[in-house]
Write a protein that binds this ligand. Sequence first.
Ligand code: ADP
Ligand code: MG
Length: 327
Amino acid sequence: MGEFDLIRRYFTRPTPRAVLGVGDDCALLQPRPGMQLAISSDMLVEGRHFLSTVSPAALGHKALAVNLSDLAACGAQPLAFTLALALPRADATWLEPFAHGLLALADAHGCELVGGDTTQGPLNICITVFGEVPPGQALLRSGAQVGDDLYVSGTLGDARLALEVFRGTVSLPEAAFAQARTRLERPTPRVNLGLALRGVATAAADISDGLLGDLGHILQASGVGAVVDTSIAITLIAACAGSTCVNGQFYTEKYLDYVLAGGDDYELVFTAPPSARGAVAAAAAQAETPVARIGQIETRSGHPPIRLVDAQGDPVLRTFAGFDHFA
Ligand code: ADP
Ligand code: MG
């Protein structure tokens, strides 16, 4: 199978919305009048972002999911994406499920594959997504205000928990592992929540490198600090919701680290004023995505900008670093 066969067979699809899709030197998109384009790229490198053992279908899903998660964080509606792919070989038994996983998620969000690049090389997947958002309505990292509530969507820590099971540092009952593994391999981008939070949230980011790291970006951009209740945060690890975990049998101190700094969650962390609690609940209901209020924005009173407290409000003394590829 040659390069162009491969592109035709797996990555050439009807693009009812784009003016021109795969096959020419450029794709053509017609932005709707008055809308702004939201653009983001994310690269997945074997050994760095995924294990070589992951199924190609899950990898296709995840490659697009992490990009859609950035559109979600901005409150942008997905439109289209490009796929730059380096592959060791043109293997149909890999390409077929990869394309299926990728395009099923694309179809679910009405996001059209309009172009890309294909080359032989170590497995590397780079997607660029295009979305649209009305001017002035994009959710930014810079809008958090002192006194705002702090929220996160969905569950946190499960992806890291699954990774640690793969690494052999943790063992889990089978059902809990299956749940955690799905979170690691097939994350759900919170696109509908991001859209519903337009005009409600004051700031937002997606959690790719761990809650504290990505919250830190909001705090930095907004020039504020935050207090986070770890007793609420720890309940957000889904694998802990089972009774076996609540009674402490599988609970370890490490779980809090996974929740706060595990990475690969692809949830949203966002802020909104207390007067918007009803609107946040309505957005969560509309998006069918649970959200939890885990803290509050405060003045930035030196370092560290994030205060961790327990249920009594007493300090929880831990240090974390968000994931930094070059740290
Ligand atoms: P060019 O030489 O102009 O860069 P290519 O020959 O690399 O174009 O690609 C031919 C067409 O196939 C282009 O429209 C390109 O966008 C598309 N394409 C290449 N690889 C992919 C891919 N992995 N997924 C989707 N479209 C692709
Ligand atoms: Mg090319």
